[in-house]
Design a protein around this ligand. Structure first.
Ligand SMILES: Nc1ncnc2c1ncn2[C@@H]1O[C@H](COP(=O)(O)OP(=O)(O)O)[C@@H](O)[C@H]1O
Ligand SMILES: [Mg+2]
Length: 235
């Protein structure tokens, strides 16, 4: 097929990933193929243990596949060394996980600025970080440490941190898993807003029907592969 790859944010081609736990390796992802378009709101569903988190880690370049190809923005990572992969990951991908790992000794604002500090861009990013914290309803909590914030507020700080460098791709693994309905919905609305305004590609593992209703691309996993795909609306 002669496809224009520049329209794709993520491609997985015949992907395999397993774990060595006992005496032998257990495959989790088994020959998976997937294409996520730029600007997609892609939602992954599937039963617990099917490999959703494993897939997100591999597609997010946090973990190497055992075999198969991954392309990010058309770039094949098989041709890159560790350093190049890390650079691509840091510049292109933001992560929102259920357990958000905020740094406890830093304030909300400092946590959000952390990814910018790595690039010595703290100063020029400060205003945007303040804007994001305002968007997530935390402008009055800038100097609070994580332990002084509710679970929902901590999660929203983590979202602001994940997107402060304006990554083209945001990966989220059950981001509302430990939030109540209202906080979960406001987090989704924030992600959708980013998708709308900045064209960020979203790839989200969730069973939240509010989010599923907004998807452009629904992906159901079973037995290490894509069982079913639907495209309910255009990107
Ligand atoms: N680091 C790991 N080491 C060994 N086995 C793992 C590891 N991570 C996940 N697994 C196993 O891989 C399978 C898929 O896990 P996971 O990707 O977390 O699924 P899901 O996110 O869909 O619940 C499960 O059987 C899980 O026990
Ligand atoms: Mg999981």
């Amino acid at each position: 097929m002669n496809k224009n790859n520049s329209s794709l944010a993520i491609q997985a081609i015949d992907l395999y990933k397993g774990y060595n736990t006992g005496p032998q390796k257990v495959d989790v992802i088994k020959g998976l193929n997937l294409e996520i378009k730029k600007g997609d709101v892609a939602i992954i569903t599937g039963p617990s243990g099917v490999g959703k988190s494993t897939l997100l880690h591999v597609l997010g370049l946090l973990d190497n596949p055992d075999r198969g190809e991954i392309k990010i923005g058309g770039k094949n990572i098989a041709n890159m060394d560790e350093q190049k992969i890390a650079k691509l990951r840091n510049e292109t991908i933001g992560f929102v996980f259920q357990f958000h790992h905020l740094l406890p000794e830093f304030t909300a604002l400092e946590n959000v600025l952390m990814p910018a500090m790595i690039y010595n861009k703290e100063k020029e990013t400060r205003e945007y970080a303040l804007h994001l914290l305002d968007l997530v309803g935390l402008s009055h909590r800038l100097a609070h440490k994580p332990r002084e914030l509710s679970g929902g507020a901590q999660q929203r700080v983590a979202v602001a941190r994940a997107i402060v460098n304006k990554p083209q791709i945001v990966l989220a693994d059950e981001p509302t898993g430990n939030l109540d309905r209202a906080n979960g919905d406001s987090l989704f609305n924030l992600l959708l807003k980013l998708n709308n305004e900045m064209g960020q590609t979203l790839l989200i593992v969730t069973h939240n029907d509010h989010m599923t209703a907004k998807a452009t691309h629904l992906i159901e996993l079973e037995d290490g592969r894509v069982l079913k795909e639907e495209f309910p609306r255009k990107v």
